[in-house]
Design a protein around this ligand. Structure first.
Ligand code: CA
Length: 411
């Protein structure tokens, strides 16, 4: 395979954002994506600084994959120090941060370093697999079984990050793993401007149909634009061939890191990290860090959402239950407005209600016993009384009894 078609890096500001705070890099051995955040200018600076810090030391042929891993993880962690240093001399940038998802290829292995919600996918044998785990609040909810992966995609707090490189933490927790790779593999790195809006199935289809990395990455960005591209979109593709070198002759740098680094464009103060609570409801909502206070707020919010869901279900269930109960109650009161003339086995009796019972509930009671003995009645009346004579009202019952009394008197 021609090395030229193996590797690509594309970054697009998208259709809503005013500036591109993503950075992307496709080098000889190193590939990375960084998605900056932190207000008007901080995000550009954060992703640029991290990209420059990592590419400066990690795009090398190392002695072994473990040396590559140590160097890469160290470089990512050190870039957090760069952010702190920048904030010290430019306090307006306080609270800026960036995701980093980086990969070094070493023979038949790759090493990955990852923090934040950018992603690395492996496309192998026509199948796409997400390799990194998002360090997001919703991912935690998915892992603990509180919501499904589908619910996470539309969750109002899907932009809240649990881990990120920032000036506030000089020893960040970076995920790292060494994996096998083989000729034909394509490693796809992207910011959430792609994977947050273009489904894995759609990404997979584009990669299946387009082997050229430049073409495929352009199509992926186009897919995000077709879906409104509310966020910056960055895609880096690293194809694997039989040789050690995956890349074109010159490294490709895109997005914020490809622009001159300007610290002085901050026109509005970026609020300190603890105060940055995104409302998190709109499309293209900026990423937000989860400080402990904020985390408490959104966990409480999540609990409230769950209990709202339970209350809604209870309300749905209450409707048929109320209807059934109401109907049963109405039925019972109706029976209690009815009367019949029957017998207690000995004398003629006026009963309130209806004969028989429902679910163990007796639906009749003696309204008035009479002294008319059933055995004194002619056969046909005995039979009628034993089978009960329903009447519409108590007065009608008295009339029936009076007629029965007359008949019994003539016996
Ligand atoms: Ca983003």
């Amino acid at each position: 395979m021609d090395a030229r078609v193996l590797t690509a890096a594309v970054s697009h500001v998208g259709l809503i954002r005013a500036s591109n705070q993503d950075s992307g890099y496709a080098g000889t051995h190193l590939f990375m994506v960084a998605d900056g955040m932190g207000g008007h200018a901080g995000g550009d600076v954060a992703s640029s600084l991290a990209t420059q810090a990592v590419t400066a030391v990690a795009d090398e042929r190392f002695d072994s994959i473990t040396v590559a891993q140590e160097t890469l993880v160290e470089a990512v962690k050190n870039s957090a120090q760069e952010l702190s240093d920048a904030v010290r001399s430019h306090p307006d940038l306080q609270g800026m941060g960036t995701t980093v998802s980086a990969l070094i290829r070493y023979d038949d292995k790759v090493v990955i370093a990852h923090i934040g919600d950018s992603r690395i996918y492996l496309f192998r044998k026509k199948k796409l697999e997400q390799i990194t785990t998002d360090h997001t609040f919703v991912q935690k909810l998915v892992e603990t079984g509180r919501i499904t992966a589908e619910e996470a995609i539309v969750h109002p707090r899907r932009n809240v990050l649990m881990r990120v490189l920032g000036d506030f933490d000089t020893n960040p927790d970076v995920d790292t793993v060494i994996l096998e790779t083989e000729p034909g593999d394509r490693w796809v790195l992207c910011s959430d401007g792609l994977c947050g809006y273009v489904s894995d199935d759609a990404v997979s289809q584009i990669l299946r149909e387009t082997t050229d990395a430049a073409e495929a990455s352009a199509l992926l960005v186009e897919a995000a634009l077709d879906r409104g591209a509310p966020d910056n979109v960055t895609v880096v593709i690293a194809g694997v061939n039989e040789t050690n070198v995956s890349a074109a002759s010159r490294p490709i740098l895109v997005g914020a890191a490809a622009e001159p680094l300007i610290f002085d464009t901050v026109t509005k103060r970026i609020p300190a990290i603890g105060g940055r609570f995104g409302s998190g409801t709109g499309l293209g909502e900026a990423e937000t860090f989860a400080t402990p206070d904020f985390l408490e707020t959104i966990i409480a919010e999540d609990k409230e959402r769950a209990s709202r869901r339970r209350r809604r279900w209870a309300a749905y269930l209450a409707i048929p239950i109320t209807l059934i109960a109401g109907f049963a109650l109405w039925g019972y009161f109706w029976t209690q407005s009815q009367f019949y003339v029957g017998s207690d086995g000995n004398t003629v009796v006026i009963y309130r209600g209806v004969a028989g019972e429902v679910a163990g509930l007796n639906l009749n009671s003696v309204e008035q016993d009479t002294d008319i003995r059933v055995t004194q009645l002619p056969q046909y009346l005995q039979h009628a009384v034993e089978n009960n004579i329903p009447v519409g009202s108590y007065n009608a019952a008295l009339e029936v009894v009076s007629r029965i009394r007359n008949v019994s008197a003539t016996q």
